[in-house]
Design a protein around this ligand. Structure first.
Ligand SMILES: NC(=O)c1ccc[n+]([C@@H]2O[C@H](COP(=O)([O-])OP(=O)(O)OC[C@H]3O[C@@H](n4cnc5c(N)ncnc54)[C@H](OP(=O)(O)O)[C@@H]3O)[C@@H](O)[C@H]2O)c1
Length: 197
């Protein structure tokens, strides 16, 4: 596949770009110097001709939901019908249905990003679009630096996947691998999915 990764200079976008390239995909690695994810006119030429776009961006002034909106605007005109949006885990819910981002113990330093990421998910779900989007949530707390192990679970659910100890955890390498798997299999179309061991 020909895959454009917006945010490829970032931690997760870089991991996705490397994983996709390792598997033999043709990867266009884009940073904010190559494309402005807030500007459909900038996105269109940068992604035209690709089979899929991965967006893994972070920034101030609600860049994440504004970027999601700009991508949905730009991709159909660019002839791209597949978007994998690297999302947050804060919008996952407890078994009682409360979002982690709304719980009193949510780490304040991540609150703004988590709320932005939750808004992006709402926007994608509400969109009337021809774009086959997927939104991937890491575990709410434990996305940890680490290599790919090859074993993980991925599911289209709003609650975190947990192991025998009740922990929800994934390495960045396996998270990136799950994203490339979802692209290759065209899995989780118009769904949020989450990944954990
Ligand atoms: N547990 C969780 O919920 C969790 C944990 C980690 C990450 N995440 C989410 O995953 C996403 C990626 O996180 P990360 O840590 O990998 O981010 P990061 O390392 O800060 O990378 C951000 C990327 O966004 C790019 N970017 C910024 N503004 C842009 C613009 N206007 N146009 C195009 N690209 C732009 C940056 O490009 P430059 O290098 O050119 O600035 C960089 O490549 C974030 O949305 C974050 O919320 C969630």
């Amino acid at each position: 596949m020909k895959i454009a990764v917006i945010g490829a200079t970032g931690n997760l976008g870089g991991a996705v770009a490397r994983e996709a390239a390792t598997r033999g995909h043709e990867v266009t690695a884009l940073s904010s110097r190559d494309v402005d994810v807030l500007d459909p006119a900038s996105i269109k030429p940068a992604v035209a001709g690709h089979d899929a776009v991965v967006a893994s961006v972070k920034g101030a002034d609600h860049l994440v939901p504004r970027g999601a909106a700009a991508l949905l605007d730009a991709l159909p005109d660019a002839g791209v019908d597949r978007l994998l949006f690297v999302g947050g885990g804060g919008s996952l819910t407890s078994p009682e249905g409360r979002r982690f981002v709304d719980s009193p113990g949510f780490p304040p330093q991540y609150l703004e990003t988590a709320l932005d990421q939750a808004a992006a998910l709402d926007l994608l779900r509400a969109a009337d679009t021809t774009v086959d989007w997927s939104y991937v949530s890491p575990p709410p707390m434990h996305l940890v630096e680490g290599d790919k192990t090859g074993g993980y679970r991925a599911e289209a659910t709003d609650t975190p996947l947990t192991d025998d100890q009740g922990e929800s955890r994934i390495s960045t390498g396996d998270f990136a691998s799950a994203i490339v798997d979802a692209l290759e299999r065209r899995d989780f179309v118009r769904q949020r999915f989450t990944v954990a061991y």
